[in-house]
Design a protein around this ligand. Structure first.
Ligand SMILES: [Zn+2]
Length: 312
């Protein structure tokens, strides 16, 4: 029997044959954390701390988890590599489940400093049906993994923009300029085009987020748009374009759908330098410098900060 946090972890049980299940609750919402029986018990405290901490970062996007009930599975994976989380995946269902295959030797610091959990949890921010237009789902996770890490103090704002910049540069590698993103997305494996697909999608959300903040003078953002989407549609299973339609409806803007069609038809990752310049992000030999005197610097800084409840 293990109960690490008596206020939050309500029920624990262990069995040599079954995973140990620990509940982590926020109000009415519940996360089930299943620890594999193969995970040494002396690692449980650190692993649970890592999962809870990252789940808190996800909840901070709009004040609650995207699903009222969801599950995380943690399975040890013996590896000779240095990656603390060599494999992870999201399975949509009842409930949505995120599985992490972790190096059982990885320290809490190594787990918390790794991007994978932020990426996988960010997938849950949309009620995606789980297939089709992978660029949209992977783009959202690739964009938000960096925002969540900056907001959670893993690194600072400059590093966040550096990582987004570096991702966009990687996304410019283009083995199939003859294919639109919509055509390439389902064929990214055979064309080894993960980076163009993922980062064109991240560009979509970066562009939508900055434009929504600019149009609304900071009253709306991708965070608030996703809160609206969650309020109407958390229990649905939607296609990427259906989600874009809903995001335009909840924001009252004509933004997500036109941008969706533009990016889906793109044959290379769209330029980002002009957008960076407008936000006060200067580039010199691939290194990012932030200029706070720029008129849109507030928008830039707000993207890296957690929004105040009910405010900007
Ligand atoms: Zn992903």
């Amino acid at each position: 029997m293990r109960c690490l946090h008596p206020l939050l972890l309500l029920l624990c049980f262990s069995s040599p044959l079954m995973a140990e299940r620990v509940y982590y609750e926020r109000g009415e919402q519940r996360l089930e954390i299943d620890l594999s029986p193969q995970l040494p018990s002396y690692r449980h405290d650190e692993v649970l701390g890592w999962i809870r901490d990252t789940a808190d970062a996800l909840a901070a996007v709009h004040g609650r988890w995207p699903r009222d009930r969801w599950r995380v599975r943690v399975i040890p994976y013996n590896t000779r590599g240095s990656d603390p989380v060599p494999w992870a995946q999201v399975n949509r269902g009842e409930p949505d489940t995120v599985s992490f295959y972790i190096d059982p030797r990885a320290s809490r610091e190594q787990l918390s400093g790794n991007w994978t959990a932020y990426h996988e949890f960010a997938h849950l921010l949309i009620p995606y049906r789980g297939w089709g237009d992978m660029w949209f789902s992977e783009g959202l996770a690739s964009y938000y993994q960096n925002l969540l890490q900056a907001r959670h103090g893993v690194f600072d704002e400059r590093e966040m923009w550096q990582r987004l910049h570096d991702g966009f540069i990687r996304g410019r590698t283009n083995r199939r300029p003859d294919l639109s993103l919509a055509e390439l997305s389902p064929a990214m494996r055979e064309n080894r085009s993960y980076m163009r697909v993922y980062w064109s999608g991240a560009w979509y959300f970066f562009r939508a987020d900055t434009e929504l903040r600019r149009r609304s003078n900071g009253r709306q953002s991708l965070d608030t748009a996703l809160a609206g989407l969650n309020a109407c549609c958390a229990d649905k299973a939607m296609s990427a374009r259906e989600i874009a339609v809903e995001l335009d409806r909840v924001t009252g803007e004509l933004l997500f759908v036109p941008l969706f069609d533009q990016v889906a038809a793109s044959r290379a990752l769209p330029p980002f330098e002009e957008q960076f310049s407008e936000l006060g992000i200067e580039l010199s030999d691939g290194a990012v410098t932030l200029r706070n005197t720029h008129p849109l610097a507030d928008i830039r800084g707000a993207i890296a900060r957690q929004a105040e409840p009910g405010g900007r």
